[in-house]
Design a protein around this ligand. Structure first.
Ligand SMILES: Nc1ncnc2c1ncn2[C@@H]1O[C@H](COP(=O)(O)OP(=O)(O)OP(=O)(O)O)[C@@H](O)[C@H]1O
Ligand SMILES: [Mg+2]
Length: 353
């Protein structure tokens, strides 16, 4: 069985390169009204921000949780932009000591939005400092060492903390409880992805029809970042193989060029990526459909169980290939069908293990 037939980067929901970063920057919607989908979250955010503006106070702290590429960073930027507030970007892994966080917090200006990406990866000591900062806009700084050490309180400017995490479950309760609003981002529906793609196509100057956009939307794991990435590969294909009669000379793409381009890159009809396929195939072939425990599964595919749980599983569950039960992960009848396999009889199963 070949698990490595898709270029990993094409369907990976994580960011890959600097070029992609620049492209994402250009595509990021700048206001809530431009932001596609997540209707419920958008409404909730709008209310929270408007109420804060009416009262002239800083908005409550906000946590965005959900799989990679669904718009957490984009929404954090929008929170700052909508309220015309300065934005400071930080990331959990870069905050390894309480002192790192103290330096950031003490330099915030009143009303500033502090965005901490991957907030679940911050150091413990920094987390504890953050509790006090979020609640009372105050921190205690330790001065000196050993018996002579004293703690000096420091007032902070009122700020709004915006946290993003792919693993809300890893946040300690005291931290989670201090956010006034937690938004869980969902995978996008096909028609929403089509809107994202329409906008991106016009920015790329690519002439592409509805049917072709719908085909890409159906294969991008419900994720805008992947939609934009697949669109760029389709653009390449159109550039090289079409007659370049599009308005900007970037080529024209239709359903045939989309299918050909995606086939070239081994993006299957459901948009499963290499890791999705590896997980499903292990469950089907090695464990005869399951149940399989998360850790066993992670070891079998050679991945962190964190990645399986945060990135792979939510999507497989959403498209109905996998269910989670108290005894482990189980493949659905649709999964057997998608991979063209059948459950083995009990005898062969024992041989296999
Ligand atoms: N609702 C949306 N409408 C339009 N474009 C979107 C939307 N959500 C995300 N995008 C696009 O997808 C890209 C990825 O979004 P973003 O960087 O905000 O994801 P993320 O959730 O922060 O991912 P990660 O967990 O990897 O940091 C952005 O460049 C943006 O162009
Ligand atoms: Mg992000």
């Amino acid at each position: 069985m070949n698990y490595d037939d898709t270029p990993a980067e094409l369907l990976a929901p994580e960011l890959e390169s600097d070029a992609e970063l620049a492209f994402e920057g250009a595509l990021r919607p700048a206001s809530l009204s431009e932001f596609v989908g997540q209707v419920k979250v958008r409404g909730q955010l709008q209310l929270l921000l408007t109420a804060a503006t009416m009262q002239g106070r800083t908005p409550d702290h906000i946590l965005f949780a959900g799989p990679p590429g669904l718009g957490k960073t984009t929404l954090a930027m929008i929170v700052a932009q909508e309220g015309n507030r300065p934005l400071r970007m930080a990331s959990g892994p870069a905050i390894q000591h309480a002192g790192d966080l103290a330096a950031v917090l003490s330099s915030l200006v009143p009303g500033e939005v502090l965005f901490i990406d991957e907030i679940h990866r911050m150091a413990r000591s920094a987390e504890e400092m953050l509790y006090l900062a979020m609640e009372d806009f105050r921190i205690d700084i330790m001065v000196g060492k050993g018996a002579g050490a004293t703690s000096v309180p420091l007032e902070l400017a009122p700020f709004t903390l915006v946290g993003a995490t792919t693993r809300a479950g890893l946040l300690p309760n005291p931290l989670r409880d201090r956010f006034g609003f937690t938004a869980r981002l969902e995978f996008y529906a096909d028609d929403e992805l089509e809107q994202v793609l329409t906008r991106a196509a016009s920015l790329l100057g690519l002439d592409i029809d509805r049917e072709a956009l719908a085909e890409i939307a159906g294969r991008c794991r419900g994720t805008p970042r992947i939609a934009n990435r697949l669109l760029r590969r389709v653009r390449d294909y159109a550039l090289v193989y079409s007659d370049r009669s599009g308005p900007s000379g970037a080529g024209t793409a239709d359903i045939h060029s989309v299918r050909a381009a995606l086939e070239l890159y081994d993006v299957d009809a459901l948009g499963l990526d290499r890791l999705d396929r590896a997980v499903m195939q292990i469950i089907l072939t090695r464990f005869n459909g399951g149940p399989v425990g998360l850790n066993t599964l992670a070891v079998s595919v050679g991945e962190e169980s964190e990645t399986i749980e945060a990135v792979v599983e939510p999507f497989l569950v959403r498209i109905g290939l996998l269910t989670r039960t108290p005894r482990g992960r189980v493949a659905t009848p649709d999964a057997w069908q998608h991979f063209g396999m059948h459950p083995a009889s009990a005898g062969t199963l024992l041989d296999d293990l």
